[in-house]
Ligand binder design. Structure first.
Ligand code: DGT
Ligand code: CA
Ligand code: CA
Length: 573
């Protein structure tokens, strides 16, 4: 089993963390981080590139040295350079850096002064009040670490959907190669497209006595076989992910798929409907007495309880059964409904590609439009645009639009909402844009009322169009800031503004439930990738998954509209 891109990226990330803690040269640290990003986001595996003799040095941010390191990793599964660093500095310090509020300096101080080298060490030190005594920490910081540690330990156990996908896809491809295997589906929360996944539940149909279980346990990524039987097995992979595999006969395939897709609450509700009709439903089928009356397909199961097929993303017992009964299930949005992307970056701020490259990549996806939303000047990143540079970009886009055919580039920006609720650039400049995307990027810890006020005040500006990543959360990493989403949604509806569903796998912000809330209120959303590269446009599918979990239909999403109708929505005056 070849080394996966995510493993290479993890190794480089870890290298960067440890070097940063050691106080190494900042360029060196950044080079590893850049490389991690490149490798992680790359659509083809490094192993595959090497096998085809493609030069890794063609990839952005990968020089000779890093290319050699990637090759070593692919060839041997090890990175001696990292092992050398780990012999000086405990590898677990890198995990501590994932705790919000703990940068390299603080992790280093905790390690050097208190010998803290793991989350458990840290917890003990916090509990005994030692941390507050360190220089530069204090009681408040200690309390913050205590709070964060709680979330940290709970949430680390769940993987982001995109990470789970990187793990599941090669495993499924591997299982397909086993003799006698027919269908393979990754069920569970993965199939329901939940934003994080606890473990993978794979359902397989295979002809009798096929060696699929043995094939599964011999997978190269398996770290431990937890259990192994005739028709089921559980393993833990090197990534830490646990995988349950069930082999079922074709006659039970639908029933097993339904059962293992869950959610548990949905299953229980469906079973109750079965009981009312005198049926028993389990993972083997629907039974009337001893007779199996359904089980081959999921649709059959639903049919026997008098329901139409319910898409996996809706199976949370959040009203889908009721809606199905009334034949009012939403006609869920699909990737094909999307006509353009409304949040993208270029090299001009912190993206990787040029304006033209982004436009061409969007055209290749069959989009009608793409907007360019480089950061405004205030944001804490280096290359934010001031008025002058934004106006220059506007001119450049006008020129490009004259040359391009088939796709229109919209002039936009990702504006900072300043602490007092003003927007980062003057109206006299904003009026030159087609629309704006506005976001909170700092002062996350304002009290709820102030944060609400800040956003509402920003929305009062008639040039405000879309609130980007509305809650500011980063999955497993940063809690949402304190604010009242319903108040913001109501205000957006009144003023003709929109909220974004940011498709970045670490953001997925709005959440599924917030999407549903918006829909119920009649507030439309923008489904956007926040792409920082041409490949980044491909993240749209994660936004689609989230939107589907939030019951959204094509009509709920503004970038399903043709350009002339979309433009009308942006004119608030
Ligand atoms: P996860 O892994 O925490 O992200 O969430 P799931 O939904 O994948 O849950 P998991 O892996 O524990 O179980 C997979 C599915 O199996 C679950 O969605 C529904 C089904 N299931 C598990 N335990 C039960 C149970 O006690 N009763 C019923 N009806 N279904 C269950
Ligand atoms: Ca699961
Ligand atoms: Ca499971």
């Amino acid at each position: 089993m070849p080394v996966q891109n995510s493993e290479i990226a993890d190794a480089f990330e870890k290298m960067a963390d440890l070097l940063e803690i050691e106080g190494a040269n900042a360029f060196r640290v950044r080079a590893y981080r850049e490389a991690a990003r490149t490798v992680h986001g790359y659509p083809r595996s490094m192993a595959d590139l090497l096998q085809h003799g493609d030069a890794l040095t063609e990839l952005p941010g990968i020089g000779k040295d890093l290319a050699a390191k990637i090759k070593t990793l692919v060839d041997t599964g090890r990175l001696p350079a990292l092992e050398k660093v780990e012999s000086r500095t405990p590898a677990a310090l890198s995990d501590l850096m994932r705790i919000p509020g703990l940068g390299p300096e603080r992790v280093k101080a905790l390690y050097k002064k208190l010998g803290i080298a793991s989350a458990d060490d840290l917890k003990r030190a916090v509990d005994s009040g030692k941390v507050r005594e360190l220089e530069g920490f204090g009681e408040k910081t200690e309390q913050m670490i205590r709070d964060r540690l709680e979330h940290f330990s709970i949430k680390q156990a769940r993987s982001k959907l995109a990470v789970a996908e990187d793990i599941a896809e090669p495993l499924v491809a591997y299982l397909k190669k086993s003799d006698g295997v027919k269908d393979i589906v990754v069920a569970g929360s993965y199939r329901r497209c939940q934003e994080t996944v606890g473990d993978l539940d794979i359902v397989v149909t295979a002809s009798k006595n096929t060696p699929v279980i043995g094939h599964f346990t011999r997978y190269g990524q398996v770290a431990e076989v937890v259990s192994q039987g005739q028709t089921r097995s559980t393993v833990r992979l090197r990534s830490g992910m646990q995988v349950d595999l069930r082999v079922v006969p074709e006659a039970s395939y639908g029933a097993a798929l339904h059962y293992f897709t869950g959610s548990k609450a949905h299953n229980i509700a469906v079973r109750k409907l079965g009981v009312k009709k005198g049926y028993k439903i389990n993972e083997y089928g629907v039974f009337n007495g001893n007779e199996r009356i359904a089980g081959k397909t999921e649709a059959e199961i639903y049919e026997k309880v008098g329901l139409p097929f319910i898409p996996p993303e809706l199976r949370e017992n959040r009203g889908e059964i009721e809606a199905a009964r009334k034949n009012r299930l939403p006609n869920l949005i699909t990737l094909e409904d999307i006509r353009g992307d409304l949040h993208c970056h270029t090299k001009e701020s912190d993206g990787r590609n040029t304006l033209r490259e982004m436009a061409e990549a969007a055209a290749q996806r069959g989009y009608e439009y793409i907007s360019i939303n480089d950061h405004s000047r205030h944001v804490t990143i280096a290359h934010g645009l001031d008025s002058k540079r934004l106006l220059a970009q506007v001119g450049e886009i006008d020129k490009l639009n004259e040359k391009l055919g088939g796709i229109v580039v919209l002039k936009s920006i990702e504006l900072d909402i300043l602490k007092d609720g003003t927007l980062d650039l003057p109206d006299s400049v904003l009026k030159e844009l087609d629309f704006t995307v506005c976001a909170v990027h700092y002062a996350f810890n304002l009290p709820r009322e102030e944060q609400n006020e800040r956003i509402l005040r920003a929305m009062d500006n008639p040039y405000f169009n879309i609130l980007a990543h509305p809650s500011g959360r980063l999955i497993n990493q940063r809690e949402p800031y304190q604010f009242d989403i319903e108040t913001i949604m109501e205000a957006a509806l009144e003023r003709g503004c929109f909220l974004e569903v940011n498709a970045q796998p670490a953001r997925l912000d709005l959440t599924d439930e917030a999407c549903k809330l918006a829909r119920d209120m009649g507030l439309k959303v923008a489904l956007s990738t926040d792409a920082h590269s041409d490949n980044g446009l491909g993240l749209m599918r994660f936004g689609i998954k989230q939107a589907r979990r939030g019951w959204l239909e094509r009509g709920d999403v503004i970038n399903c509209l043709p350009l002339h109708e979309l433009k009308k929505l942006f004119n608030r005056k």
